[in-house]
Design a binder for this molecule. Structure first.
Ligand SMILES: [Zn+2]
Length: 352
């Protein structure tokens, strides 16, 4: 394994950001290559813990000559977000300097050639240069896994419709309960940037039949513990074996996936109409029927008529809910996966 350090110039004097990149050379140039990164949203750490659990397996495989395809691993992809604290609270989702989401506005290249990406001398803010660097590091790998998590939720994956159901083995290996299929724009999330050049190619050259690009949602922000990390690390390892990146005869073939795959427009986001404390009547994993009460907002606590109840717009599976139990009008309370399109479906990414 080789370790190198990437440096991103800070936007003020005396400031620079660094993050390590861990690389394994493959023994077979024809084998698929893999890129894994975690904590692009810097406050989402289940993926970092999963990578920490995965790495000893990869080092053992390397020692035994079983790494077939090259592997690039970035355990902590966002040193800018990792350093952002405001009055003691971590701010890992948006760059406080530009107010841009760390997982939006990635450069969408017309081809896999990264020569035209801005370098660290470009007159761009640090977060934009970090995004260009992550695209450059990942481009050219057959498998690109961007490890995130939700607020509080089940394991699920975002996958472009062109890669489904070809990627169902990943859903099995990671124990994903749901897959959200997207098309069009994701507001240039990293996942879209990793796939975009290949979507521009002719079908005989794009390799979409074996390409893997996804945003992995490893449950919720608080799901960082030894057991979940070990399970996720084993799942990542099994997938690398199943796709031929690593050789390991002891790993059995992937079982068929038995979760729910729906288009993005089938996700009911359940928007709050009023502000106040939130009482949830459901939790991730619950199956609900249309009309079931999902949450109550105490818009006038203690007063008669001071509760606002919110009900399921259709039958479905509760995928996620908020960790913070206060809400403002227009914010989303939870994700419900339904069998038909939401009347409230929005274009682009589900969340800001
Ligand atoms: Zn995220």
């Amino acid at each position: 394994m080789l370790k190198s350090i990437e440096t991103i110039r800070g936007d003020s004097q005396g400031l620079a950001y660094q993050f390590p990149v861990l690389r394994f050379d493959g023994t077979d140039p024809a084998a698929p290559s893999a890129y894994l990164q975690a904590a692009l949203h810097a406050d989402e750490l289940p993926g970092t813990a999963a990578i920490d659990a995965l790495m000893p397996k990869l080092r053992a495989a390397e020692a035994e000559g079983r790494i077939r395809g090259r592997i690039t691993v970035v355990p902590v992809a966002n040193p800018i977000g990792a350093a952002q604290y405001l009055y003691g609270d971590h701010q890992g989702r948006y760059h406080t300097g530009t107010r841009v989401n760390f997982n939006r506005d990635f450069p969408l290249l017309p081809t896999p050639d990264t020569a035209g990406l801005p370098d660290d001398a470009a007159l761009l803010p640090a977060d934009a240069r970090l995004k260009a660097r992550l695209v450059a590091l990942s481009m050219g790998h057959d498998i690109v896994l961007d490890l995130h998590c939700d607020d509080e939720g089940l394991d699920y994956l975002y996958i472009h419709a062109a890669l489904w159901p070809q990627m169902a083995d990943l859903a099995t290996d990671l124990g994903a309960r749901a897959v959200l299929l997207w098309e069009g724009s994701s507001d240039a999330a990293f996942e879209e940037a990793a796939l975009h050049p290949y979507l521009q190619m002719s079908p005989d050259a794009d390799g979409l039949d074996r390409r893997v690009v996804t945003t992995v949602e490893f449950r919720g922000r608080a799901d960082v513990d030894p057991r979940l990390a070990a399970t996720a690390g084993e799942g990542l390892y099994r997938f690398l074996v199943h796709r031929g990146v690593v050789a390991d005869a002891a790993v059995a073939a992937a079982a068929p996936w038995d979760g729910v795959a729906v288009p993005l427009e089938n996700v009911e986001m359940l928007r709050a109409p009023v502000a106040g404390p939130v009482l949830y009547h459901v939790a991730p994993g619950d199956q609900v029927a249309a009309g079931d009460r999902l949450a109550t907002i105490l818009h006038a606590p203690g007063e008669e008529g001071g509760r606002t109840d919110l009900f399921a717009p259709q039958d479905g599976l509760i995928l996620t809910r908020r960790t913070v139990r206060t809400i403002r009008p227009g914010e989303d309370l939870l994700k419900l996966l339904g069998a038909r399109a939401s009347a409230d479906a929005r274009p682009g990414a589900l969340e800001d």
